[in-house]
Design a protein around this ligand. Structure first.
Ligand code: UDP
Length: 332
């Protein structure tokens, strides 16, 4: 475990949605954290939550570029490297697909080389997107996926598949000790209101006067994990002594349709905004649900926060963020 005073944990993407929660949790455990972020998709206020913490340092940098001196010079203290650096929302990662691909491949390579030199343990946050539009349901880690390397999601899903390949090769060659998490849909406070993902979209629409957007007929499914559970899973995975040559699904197995999710947000917020149906994005997976047997057995991990509680917390947080009175929320 990375416990001595000098130890430093590098979190790439630490100002982002999941990254900021991970950094806060590590700081609260007394760890020293070096956060690397290009601020491409991070909310500036995420950084303000972290700054001022005695164990926190921030370096603005893009992992696609060679890592800055300020990071290399700390190599002797770095014992853990978490790679959470990549835009994860479809509209955002598709806005600059070349950068998304390079972030996953070149950026991961830079961090792996740092981990190798520092003899630090490296954790890659991969994604359920590696399963593409899955034919196997729920998704087990052995399933090799059905992705489309010619489609608009490829920069992200094929990029993450390449990042996994590189990471596992580093492990096979004994160049770094690695862990790979496949993260399923995650939600909670610190998401960007303009993130474009379904939970933030629906809640922000419900709390303002915009229509509720459902893409397609709303029958596609997803399984949503509250961010505190996800962070707990990531830390457990990083600190576990499992065989590194296996990815681990982290997500909440409770599966629901997008229509069902929208209905819950409507009920929770009491909105009367109309629901509008918009075209389904190309290659949008029809269903997604993690099989978390491996995480349960190897990490003793499973999500604890119910969808109802998680959505209520997230609605409350967005209400404050958007300056909407919390009394508007029917659930409170
Ligand atoms: N979606 C939707 N309305 C929105 C945003 C997304 O119906 O305003 C749908 C999207 O088409 C997908 C699901 O919600 O089927 C989850 O989308 P998200 O972008 O959150 O993540 P994904 O799992 O597709 O990466």
């Amino acid at each position: 475990m990375a416990r001595s005073d000098g130890d430093l944990i590098l979190v790439a993407g630490g100002a982002g949605f999941i990254g900021s929660h991970l950094v806060l949790r590590l700081l609260s455990e007394g760890r020293q954290v070096l956060c690397l972020d290009n601020l491409q998709t991070a909310r500036p206020s995420n950084l303000r939550l972290l700054e001022g913490h005695p164990g926190f340092r921030f370096v603005e940098a893009d992992i696609v570029a060679p890592l800055p001196r300020a990071v290399i010079d700390e190599g002797h203290r770095i014992t853990r490297v978490y790679n959470l650096a990549c835009a994860a929302s479809p509209p955002q990662y598709q806005a600059d697909p070349e950068h998304t691909m390079l972030t996953n491949v070149v950026g991961t390579h830079h961090l792996l080389r740092l981990a190798e030199k520092a003899r630090a343990r490296f954790l890659l946050t991969s994604t359920s997107e590696v399963y593409g539009d899955p034919e196997v349901h729920p998704q087990v880690e052995e399933y090799r996926g059905w992705t489309n390397c010619t489609g608009p999601r490829a920069c992200y899903d094929e990029g993450k598949r390449a990042a996994e390949a590189l990471t596992f090769d580093y492990a096979r060659m004994d160049r770094a000790e690695v862990r790979v998490a496949r993260i399923f849909n995650t939600y909670g406070p610190n998401m960007h209101p303009d993130d474009g993902r379904v939970v933030s979209n629906l809640i922000c629409q419900a709390l303002s006067d915009r229509p509720i957007t459902i893409y397609g007929d709303g029958s596609q499914t997803r399984s949503f994990c509250y961010v505190a559970d996800m962070v707990d899973g990531l830390i457990r995975l990083m600190e576990s002594d499992i065989d590194p040559l296996q990815p681990i699904n982290l997500g909440n197995p409770l599966e629901l349709t997008v229509s069902d999710l929208a209905a819950r947000v409507v009920a929770m917020t009491g909105t009367r905004n109309p629901v509008v149906y918009e075209p389904l994005p190309q290659d949008d997976p029809r269903r997604r649900r993690p099989d978390i047997t491996r995480a349960r057995n190897l990490l003793g991990w499973e999500p604890r926060v119910s969808l109802e509680d998680g959505l209520a917390k997230t609605c409350g947080w967005f209400a404050e963020e958007l300056g909407v009175g919390r009394e508007m929320l029917a659930a409170e």
